[in-house]
Design a protein around this ligand. Structure first.
Ligand SMILES: C[S@@+](CC[C@H](N)C(=O)[O-])C[C@H]1O[C@@H](n2cnc3c(N)ncnc32)[C@H](O)[C@@H]1O
Length: 449
């Protein structure tokens, strides 16, 4: 309840806040997992929850104290979506908390609302005749403005699937470090330990595991044989396809997932300059490189917009700009994104991305490669940003020369525009991966003088 209260009234990040509170509380593994489920689930279903509670509590939500809001929301979430928690346990616990923190009047309100819902059915049907955006917003709990955006970009059917996928838990996936392990052998070793894992159908180096717990807690992670990463993120370095000995710049690199992948593909030969604007994130990248035994990753700290002041123009074989973005592709991991981000954020991020792309382009050598990626599905942060860049740099062109196995997988889900030009937008419901955008561009060779 305290985590939800702080996310609600102070805009705290659910993941960070949950970590902090769980570390203090020293719960058993099961209880920590239940607390996590309640926090994420309540934030995920907020729209639907508030719609139902709004019909039962006067002045909901603004006139109700934040902690009471959080208590009622999480209790209703459990009643409706968690079938392993008995209803009487939910109501008794909610009333106990209300008495302890508030007074008898609040306990009475909480008791009345929850018991009323149990009596009359916890999942009241939505009224008939809602327009598509409103229905999807209430059924899959997304803000209406975001649903309208998804409908405008992808149509109502895909928009509904995107929103539904935003409420599904992500599966565990990891990338195999080819310098330390072979995918097949690692899968066998996992099977021997009772972990069911299969090759990713999307990413050449990926594995997907079920009932694995945290892959970061395994010996294979500790000894640098795998890196926890979403399958869509694994495509980025594979599409960049750097060769051993190249000079590669990753402009926005922390925590280093893609920098280390680039270095693995380069067999740890050449140089990967892994830059990030936040000094405190530098160590995260260095730790990952060390864990994976990669010596060719060099970290730097600075604004990506200023990288052309630090490196000679045209000095990189490959530049990756994995840009800061609105994150609409990772809502299932960070559900508060859908409540905290605004239209204005999208516009200012799109402006930042254009500026960063312009600067990143300056560092690509003639004949070299520029890869732009985001974990969002907003067209102005993706395809439109790339088109804008190409409009100002006629010496760059989209490059459809992607690894064939990746193209084949994307084609299977109709995730590629035909004819394929060099940009792909993965939507979150297509592969069970995060929503992701990747564009590969090539700078033309300089004409002979
Ligand atoms: C999408 S994340 C990068 C994820 C990373 N590439 C990976 O795969 O692990 C974007 C990163 O950009 C960094 N960032 C934000 N603004 C930046 C800027 N102006 N210059 C450089 N880095 C920036 C953030 O600190 C964040 O770590």
């Amino acid at each position: 309840m305290r985590v939800l209260e702080r996310v609600d009234s102070e805009g705290a990040y659910s993941g960070l806040e949950l970590n902090r509170v769980l570390t203090e509380a020293e719960l058993s593994r099961q209880d920590a997992a239940l607390a996590t489920e309640i926090v994420y689930g309540t934030i995920q279903r907020l729209n639907t929850i508030d719609y139902v509670l709004g019909a039962r509590v006067k002045g909901w939500p603004r006139k109700v104290e934040p902690w009471v809001r959080s208590l009622l929301r999480m209790s209703y979430y459990q009643l409706r979506w968690l079938d392993r928690v008995p209803a009487h346990a939910v109501t008794d616990e909610a009333v106990r908390i209300a008495k302890k923190r508030g007074h008898a009047g609040i306990a009475g309100l909480v008791n009345g609302v929850l018991r009323g819902l149990l009596r009359e059915g916890v999942a009241p049907p939505l009224p008939a005749g809602l327009d598509a955006a409103e229905r999807i917003a209430l059924e899959h709990s997304h803000p209406r403005w975001l649903v309208e955006r998804f409908i405008a970009a992808y149509g109502p059917e895909a928009a509904e699937s995107i929103c539904a996928a935003g409420n599904e838990p992500p599966h565990a996936s990891a990338r195999v470090n080819p310098l330390r392990a072979k995918r097949g052998e690692l899968l066998e070793a996992m099977a021997a330990e009772g972990i069911y894992a299969r090759p990713s159908r999307l990413a050449p180096a990926g594995i997907v595991a079920t009932r694995a717990g945290s892959l970061a807690a395994t010996p294979w992670y500790r000894d640098g044989r795998l890196t926890v990463q979403d399958e869509s993120s694994m495509l980025v370095a594979a599409v960049a396809a750097p060769r051993p000995g190249m000079r590669v710049l990753d402009c926005c690199a922390a925590p280093g997932g893609k920098s280390t992948h680039l270095a693995e593909l380069m067999e740890d030969r050449g140089e990967v300059i892994a830059n990030d604007v936040h000094p405190h994130k530098e160590a995260l990248i260095a730790q990952q490189a060390e864990r994976l035994g990669l010596a060719c990753v060099r970290t730097t700290v600075g604004d990506a917009a200023e990288l052309p002041d630090k490196h000679p123009p045209g000095s990189m074989d490959v530049v990756l700009l994995d840009a800061p973005c609105s994150g609409f592709g990772v809502i299932r991991r960070k559900p508060e994104i859908k409540w905290n981000k605004t239209e204005e954020d999208v516009a200012s991020l799109a402006a930042l991305q254009r500026r960063l792309l312009e600067q990143a382009g300056k560092l690509v050598r003639p004949g070299g490669t520029l890869v732009y990626s985001t974990c969002t599905i907003a067209p102005e942060e993706n395809e439109e940003a790339v088109r804008h860049f190409l409009g100002s740099r006629p010496d760059f062109a989209l490059d459809p020369d992607w690894p064939e196995e990746i193209l084949a997988a994307l084609r299977e889900e109709n995730a590629l525009p035909e004819p394929f030009a060099g940009m792909a937008q993965l939507l979150p419901h297509q592969f069970g991966s995060d929503g992701f955008f990747i564009a590969r561009m090539k700078r033309r060779e300089q004409p002979a003088t």
